[in-house]
Design a protein around this ligand. Sequence first.
Ligand code: SF4
Length: 188
Amino acid sequence: MQDYIAISTLNDFIFCPYSIYLHNVYMGGDEDLVHATPQTQGKAAHEAIDEKKYSTRKDEITALSVYSNELGIIGKIDLYKGNEKALIERKYLLHTIYQGQIYQLWAQYYCMTEMGYEVKHLSFYSISTNTKYPIDVPDENGKQELVDFITRFKQFDPTKPIHTNINKCAHCIYCNLCDKTETENVYS
Ligand code: SF4
C-alpha cells in the first residue's frame, strides 16, 4: 500500500526535516501546548474555512479533502472558486511566500486536477492585509521539481545528524520540545 505524505508537512520539511518528526510525536497531544502565537492566529483563520463558515455560495468549495495517487500526497484545500477556476490558500498574515508554501499550493493543484477539477489560477490571500498574491500554475519543470522534492521527503533519514540554524530554531514552534538545540523559542 502506498504511503501518502500530508501536503501540510511540505513547508515544514523545507524549514527543518526534523520538525516533521516532532510534529508526528506531538500531533496527538494538546495542540495548544505546541502552537505558538503566529501559528495560533493562522489556525484561527483556517477554522472559519474548516467549519465551512466562509461561504455558502454554490460555486465555492471550502475545506475539500484532496489526494493524488500519482504523487502520493493527501491534504485539504482552503477555497476553490468554481466560476473562476481558482484555487486559493488563505493565510492570516503573509510577509513572504516561501518555496515550501508554493509547493503546498502546487500539490493541491495536482490533487484537484487528478480528481477532475479544472484549475486555471492559483493564489495566496493575506487575510489581515486583504491582499491577493497570484502564483503561476506549474509547468512540466515545476511538476518535476515537486516530484523530486517529494522523493527527498520520502527518503529522509531522521537518524542522520542534522544541521541546525539558531535563527530558524528560535522561530520554530517545536523549539521547546526539540533535543537538537538549546535555543529558546522567541514565542515563549
Ligand atoms: S528547533 Fe531547530 S532543529 Fe529542532 S525542529 Fe525546530 S528548526 Fe529543527
